[in-house]
Write a protein that binds this ligand. Structure first.
Ligand code: AMP
Length: 176
């Protein structure tokens, strides 16, 4: 069976206008997840330039980053670490807050989730303003992680999020 193309993936992402609030074009990836061939292809494309043995762990961002990140980790045979919204992780955490248009958010990671020097691939479903990924990278920096790369299924390029992330190898499968 041939791997689904990026074009096929793009065709399968559902655009939902005005969700969760007016003016937002929500990129719904559930049709991709619901199709085994598309889900598998998405994970393969995310890992296309990540050779086996080049990362020690994959870190996924709450919540859809868990889906792609965990599948990618299993494919590479490495561990998975969740970056979660504040208050969800049971053990000792580092926290990092970041500003939203209105208010702020806080993400957290277990203090023992990554050991200094471990090679990390950060994965999320979508890069918008970059606040969530930037805060996650700050957490990983506090843990002494070596960032191999940052991967997104979707990037809203017009929001300029990647400018907030720093000089990492940042790639997205589909850019709007
Ligand atoms: P940001 O911190 O602005 O880069 O937002 C990234 C997070 O918000 C990602 O984890 C996405 O899941 C979610 N997100 C932001 N904008 C959208 C959108 N238009 N469609 C779907 N998810 C979005």
């Amino acid at each position: 069976m041939t791997i689904a193309s990026l074009n096929e993936l793009e065709q399968s992402i559902r655009n939902v206008p005005d969700f969760p609030k007016p003016g937002i074009q929500f990129k719904d990836i559930t049709p991709v997840l619901a199709d085994g061939r598309l889900f598998d292809a998405t994970v393969q494309h995310l890992l296309a330039d990540i050779p086996q043995g080049s990362v020690d762990k994959i870190v996924g961002i709450d919540a859809r980053g868990f889906i792609f990140g965990a599948a990618a980790a299993q494919r590479l045979g490495v561990g998975f670490v969740p970056v979660r919204k504040k208050g969800k992780l049971p053990w000792e955490t580092h926290e990092q807050s970041y500003d939203l248009e209105y208010g702020s958010n806080t993400v957290a990671v277990h203090t023992d989730a990554v050991t200094p020097g471990e090679r990390i691939l950060l994965v999320d479903d979508l890069l918008a303003t970059g606040g969530t990924a930037a805060a996650s990278l700050q957490l990983l920096s506090r843990l002494g992680a070596k960032i191999v790369g940052v991967r997104f299924v979707i990037e809203l390029g017009f929001l300029g999020g990647r400018e907030r992330l720093g000089p990492f190898d940042i790639r997205s499968l589909i850019t709007y």
